[in-house]
Structure formats: C-alpha cells, structure tokens
Design a protein around this ligand. Structure first.
Ligand SMILES: *Cc1c(COP(=O)(O)O)cnc(C)c1O
Length: 429
C-alpha cells in the first residue's frame, strides 16, 4: 500500500465505513438500490471521463467507435424492454431527463398539469423546482386521499377546462398506477402531451408490473435508472413520439439542452442493467410488490397507520405510514436510524411542513434485491413495533437488526448472483 495522505486516508476510510454500515443496516429508502457486479465493471472502465457529444453516428469528437456500438445496443434493448419506438440513454439523472423534456416540449408561459407536492409529487415538477424554473405554470390535479391517487372525475374536468399543454403523471410517493386509461378521452380531446415520470417505478414497469404507461397513452416517459430499476445513477427518456418533430425536440432537449458528457461509464452500466432486467426483471418486480404488500399488512396488524388500508395499501414498491401519533415522521425516522433501519420522513396529503411531516415512506426494492421474501417483511415489521410502539431499548433492537441482516448481504436477480452487495473493491494494496 503506498503512503496515503491524512486526507486520502480519511476519505477512503469513511467510504469503507459507509459500505460496512449499509451492510449492517436494513435499507428501506424507496428511491435507492444496489447494483450488480457486471455493472460495477462498467463503472470502473475507461468509458469514464470520455466524451461522446451528439447522437450515435453523429458525434463531435473522435474516439467513440466502441461507445457508439454499446449505446446503439443499449437503445435497442431499451426500446424492446419498454415496447416503444424511441429511447435516449444520455440524460445523466431523472431530474436531467425531466429538464430535457421541459426544454424540448415546453416554452415559458405554457401550463403543465401535475400532482401536488404534498400529494407525493417530486420536487423537480414543483413551482420552485425545474418546472417552475423553466417558467412553466403548474396546475395540480385534485387528489383522492383515501385511494392515494389522482381523482379521476376531477382530473378529467380540469384537463377539459384548462387544456394544459402537457399533462404530467408520476410521483415520489407512488402507491397506485396513474389513471392514464381512464383519462385517455380527455387527452385525445384536448391534444395535451402526456408525460409520465417513472423515476420510482421504472423497474416495476420493466418487470411488467404496475402499469405500461407507453401503451396506456403516454407519449413520453422519463426516469431515474437507480430506484426500483436496479441500474447505475443515471436517467433515461423513452417515448412513442407523436411525430418526427417531437422526437427531434426530445433529442435537442438532452443535447445541447441539458447535457454535454453523458457519463459513458454509467451509460454502459445501464445497458447491462437493461439486459439483466430483460432476464431477471419479472421475478424481481413481482417479489417487490409481494413484499411491499406483506410489509404493509404486517405493520398494519401491529397497529401502524399504513395508508390506503381499504385499497390493499399499495401496488408498487412503496408504502406510506402515518406516524403522527408516535412522534411524527422526523423523530421516528431518527429513532429507526439509530437502530440501523434506514427510512425517510415524508409529507402525507394535508401536511404543510416538509421538515416535520406526519409520515414515513418505505420501499422494498433494495431488500428484495438482497433476497428477502414475505417472511422477512414480518421480521422487519416486528423491529418497527419493538422500537416505535413498545419503545424497547434501541441498542438491543440494533443488535438484532445487525444479526438479521447477516443473511441478506448478497445480490439476487442478476448475473453473478450472490456477489456481495456492499463490497468495497480495493485497487491498491
Ligand atoms: C427521484 C425522482 C426524480 C429524479 O431523481 P434523480 O435523482 O435526478 O435521478 C424525478 N422524478 C421523480 C418522481 C422522482 O421520484
């Protein structure tokens, strides 16, 4: 091992400590995941740091011979997996994909219909996020808080009356499919462009669960590729463009609109992830949904205020729990963190503060990726009960969490199954 400076040692040791910390924790953040060993190889390749501006075959720099072959294959894989005519693998994150669509398909002064922030929308689609910064006006769909979904009759009425240029669906607290089919007449009547933000649920869509937005009337779907979709930190645009003009506008939105480098190492890892989902995606997605329903039921049975109880709690990877009576979202999330259970506080409909919201948001995609099944969901629910309801000593719950997690440190649903999920790769010895 060469002599490292104090700073280099510090960073390296903290990152290694982080890996061990997650190895010993139950990861339940609904927007996170771990990646397969083949994808890690791609992230470490010389694709990192290279440039391939422009579209495949029409690049601005030399040196892209193999990059172009990989990206072409990746776009084919994506079009086949999602059943659409257009795929762009260049957006470097979900937010950047959203910005590209905004640049490509809207002008300042246009109106976009979106879900409201407190009803589960993402910050990038809010007034003070990317949408607002584009100068686009937002109007919010009415929301049915019992069903935790857009109110269909209200949304039809709103789209007919306001005729938004774009109607955006998709959320960060995404329990049930967006009612695209139910709204399709209003879409056609008004000629609104239908945009689906599938950042959270892309892996479920790839695994043929949840819904198929591009067959249900959406013209364009943006997403992150690292949430339920178990790929690298990156973004993607998938579309059935109305015409060639719309396809060109989407491409222009990405480059030169909002990217220069498109992080080629991530793009290559994404290609592997697309192929892995083709092969393993259905089993993975279906176990995720089984697990979230099992976790919701088990928490509910133990007295937790899981939302949408009358509607089966969830159809996705996510469940929402009202913990106002147990001290609120922030204090519960902090108590869980001390016991090595990682979740986030979340606004629920009716909340006004994002700092002190009443809810917790839980996602089962990462624990599913590590091989957990329904039985383990009730083990997790019992940790929640011991900690938050019975107020058991945090240290003793934590010790049991660490013991429990020992059996779930290896990846499933990928090539090289059983590869250690949190392994730190040493390059220097
Ligand atoms: C997470 C998320 C995004 C974007 O996330 P990135 O971190 O930029 O990839 C966009 N939309 C929704 C609905 C999300 O949940």
């Amino acid at each position: 091992m060469p002599n490292l400076s104090r700073n280099a040692n510090f960073v390296r040791e903290k990152v290694m400590a982080h890996n061990r910390y997650f190895e010993e924790s139950i990861p339940l953040i609904a927007s996170e995941n771990v990646i397969s060993p083949l994808q890690r190889e791609m992230l470490n390749s010389d694709f990192n740091g290279r440039y391939a501006e422009g579209w495949v075959g029409h690049r601005y720099y030399q040196g892209n011979r193999f990059v172009d072959e990989v990206e072409t294959r990746g776009m084919e894989l994506a079009r086949r997996l999602f059943g659409c005519s257009f795929a762009d693998l260049r957006p470097i994150s979900g937010t950047v994909a959203n910005m590209a669509v905004l640049f490509g398909l809207t002008n300042p002064g246009d109106t976009i219909a979106t879900p409201a922030l407190a009803d589960g929308a993402h910050i990038s689609t809010a007034k003070f996020g990317a949408v607002g910064m584009r100068g686009v006006n937002t109007i919010n769909y009415p929301f049915d808080t019992e069903r935790m979904n857009i109110d269909i009759d209200g949304a039809i009425k709103m789209i007919r009356e306001k005729k938004p240029k774009v109607s955006l669906f998709g959320m960060s607290l995404f329990l049930f499919p967006a009612p695209l089919k139910e709204l399709s007449e209003a879409f056609i009547e008004t000629g609104t462009t239908v945009w689906y933000d599938g950042a959270h649920v892309l892996g479920l869509i790839a695994g043929k669960k949840f819904q198929a937005p591009l067959s249900e009337g959406a013209h364009v779907m943006t997403a992150s590729t690292h949430k339920t979709f178990p790929g690298p930190n990156h973004g993607i645009i998938l579309a059935n463009p109305r015409d060639e003009e719309m396809e060109k506008a989407l491409k222009r939105g990405v480059f030169p609109g909002v990217t220069s480098s498109h992080h080629l190492h991530e793009m290559a890892a994404l290609c592997i992830a697309l192929d892995e989902m083709q092969k393993f995606g259905r089993r993975y997605a279906s176990q995720i949904v089984k697990n979230s329903k099992a976790l919701a039921q088990s928490l509910y049975d133990r007295g937790f205020g899981v939302l949408a109880a009358d509607y089966g709690f969830t159809e996705s990877h996510t469940l929402a729990v009202n913990v106002q009576n147990l001290g609120g979202g922030s204090s519960c999330a902090e108590a869980l963190e001390k016991a090595n259970i990682v979740v986030n506080k979340n606004m629920l409909p009716g909340d006004e503060s994002s700092v002190h919201p009443s809810g917790l948001r839980l996602g089962t995609q990462e624990v599913t990726h590590l091989g957990m099944k329904e039985g383990e969901m009730s083990d997790i629910a019992s940790f929640f009960e011991r900690l938050l309801i019975r107020k058991e000593n945090i240290g003793s719950v934590r010790a049991d969490v660490i013991r429990f997690k020992r059996r779930f440190r290896k990846l499933k649903y990928c090539y090289g199954e059983n590869y250690p999920a949190y392994k730190f790769e040493h390059f220097l010895r």
